[in-house]
Design a protein around this ligand. Structure first.
Ligand code: SF4
Ligand code: SF4
Length: 217
């Protein structure tokens, strides 16, 4: 069991990118052997010309609905085979460090789905950053993807950097050893996006640095 059943589920979603990684690096390593990571593309691949915050938010919500449907299918299959799994929470639970307990982004790099762009988000060759990520920890071994170690952003590209209205991006290339703080002023980004909580009841789904990316368009 395992891989074949998972591939069967994803064969219903040919647009979704997925892969496996061991999670020896994670605090969950003692309980689970692997993570399945998948990236659901936005229904509309917005560009800087077609962007609006509302459209971008809708892309996220629609992709999240697909994520949830896939997770239900995965859970049903794993329950049926009595395989232990855990779905880590998506949300940041640390508003100081702005981190989640299990980073989908880091798992995606380890599974070979893409690299981190100068905008500090996962960039896939096929969709650029226009994907919704999810992951499920599974207590099984799989064939793992090849870990991505360096950025594939052209050195000269700074479209995301220039798109940020708050100058939160430093025009810095990522590699596997890079610290997030060398790429983005994430507190500034979070602070600016949080300003809309009062007016809209949620953080601004700012996607300017994502829709500016030429990958995926
Ligand atoms: S999400 Fe918005 S505020 Fe944050 S870095 Fe990107 S463009 Fe700037
Ligand atoms: S806009 Fe350019 S620099 Fe920014 S993430 Fe995309 S390819 Fe990389």
């Amino acid at each position: 069991m395992g891989e074949k059943n998972i591939c069967d589920i994803f064969s219903e979603y040919p647009e979704v990118i997925y892969g496996f990684t061991d999670i020896a690096y994670s605090e969950y390593a003692s309980a689970y052997k692997s993570a399945l990571v998948f990236a659901v593309p936005h229904g509309e691949l917005l560009t800087i010309e077609t962007y609006s915050e509302e459209k971008f938010e809708k892309c996220i919500q629609d992709a999240q609905k697909v994520v949830e449907i896939i997770l239900i299918q995965l859970k049903d299959m794993l329950d049926e085979h009595k395989i232990k799994y855990y779905i880590p929470p998506l949300a940041q639970n640390n508003e100081v460090e702005l981190t989640a307990p299990f980073s989908f982004k880091y798992a995606a790099i380890n599974a070979g789905l893409g690299w981190i762009g100068k905008n500090d988000v996962l960039i896939t060759t096929k969709y650029g950053p226009r994907v919704r990520l999810s992951a499920i920890l599974i207590n099984e071994y799989f064939v793992y993807g090849e870990k991505v170690l360096t950025s594939n952003c052209p050195d000269t590209c700074r479209k995301c950097v220039d798109a940020c209205p708050h100058k939160a991006l430093y025009d810095a290339q990522w590699n596997i050893h890079a610290r997030r703080s060398t790429i983005i002023d994430y507190r500034l980004c979070n602070e600016k996006r949080s300003l809309s909580i009062k007016t809209h009841g949620r953080k601004n789904a700012c996607g300017l640095c994502m829709v500016a990316c030429p990958f995926g368009t």
